[in-house]
Design a binder for this molecule. Structure first.
Ligand SMILES: CC(C)(COP(=O)(O)OP(=O)(O)OC[C@H]1O[C@@H](n2cnc3c(N)ncnc32)[C@H](O)[C@@H]1OP(=O)(O)O)[C@@H](O)C(=O)NCCC(=O)NCCS
Length: 175
């Protein structure tokens, strides 16, 4: 049993992370595109990828938020992660909607599709009145996803977990 629900969208399955996702998850996190976008430290490898999977799954158990592993329905392929993130950080804005895909699945609308389901879940199931997305200022693909979902940039802020550069703080209010 897990607190992380399995959900379906038109083309995707959002499901709890499993231990056997590790090689697919690490393959995604280890691409130059993901390392650059997420500013992943050079010494982070498979061990940290496993810790992150446990962090996402554990967050569902402890807080009712977390990222799902995202699968393509037609092929069953692992394409990335998306969901809701609410870590214990003093300056975290609130429940964040986030997304990351293996570059092989960029340009198909999958992040927006998984993001839309995450937004629905945040408003309807978690009853949040405002959702956030924190995005580095040069991450234009991620900003485009946020815009497609209706988020607006409300401020820029240096957040304590990554003091090197400011993040854009994007927000979406429940209609
Ligand atoms: C951010 C990220 C998830 C965006 O992925 P993406 O594929 O660009 O975003 P979407 O899934 O919404 O796809 C949108 C693109 O698919 C196209 N598309 C094709 N078919 C589509 C369909 N059926 N429906 C919607 N869009 C479709 C859109 O036109 C758009 O194309 P464009 O990029 O040429 O404008 C991806 O770049 C990524 O994983 N980056 C690294 C991790 C990261 O930075 N995460 C965010 C941290 S804040």
């Amino acid at each position: 049993m897990t607190a992380c629900p399995t959900l379906e969208t038109k083309r995707l399955i959002l499901r709890p992370f499993r231990d056997d996702d590790l090689s697919d998850y690490f393959r995604m996190m280890d691409t130059p595109e993901l390392r650059e976008s997420l500013r992943t430290p050079h010494n982070e490898g498979k061990t940290e990828a496993w810790t992150a999977m446990a962090w996402w799954r554990g967050q569902w158990e402890l807080r009712g938020t977390g990222h799902w592993a995202v699968e393509e329905k037609t092929s069953g392929s692992f394409v990335g992660r998306a969901g809701l993130h609410n870590p214990e950080r003093e300056d975290w804005p609130g429940v964040e909607v986030g997304w990351a895909l293996h570059p092989d699945w960029w340009g198909l609308g999958y992040a927006t599709e998984a993001g839309a389901e995450s937004v629905r879940y945040g408003f309807e199931e978690l009853n949040e009145s405002r959702l956030f997305s924190t995005i580095l200022m040069d991450n234009f693909r991620s900003q485009a996803v946020a815009q497609r979902l209706g988020f607006e940039l409300i401020s820029t802020k240096v957040l304590s977990h990554y003091p090197i550069e400011p993040h854009g703080i994007w927000a979406l209010d429940r209609k």
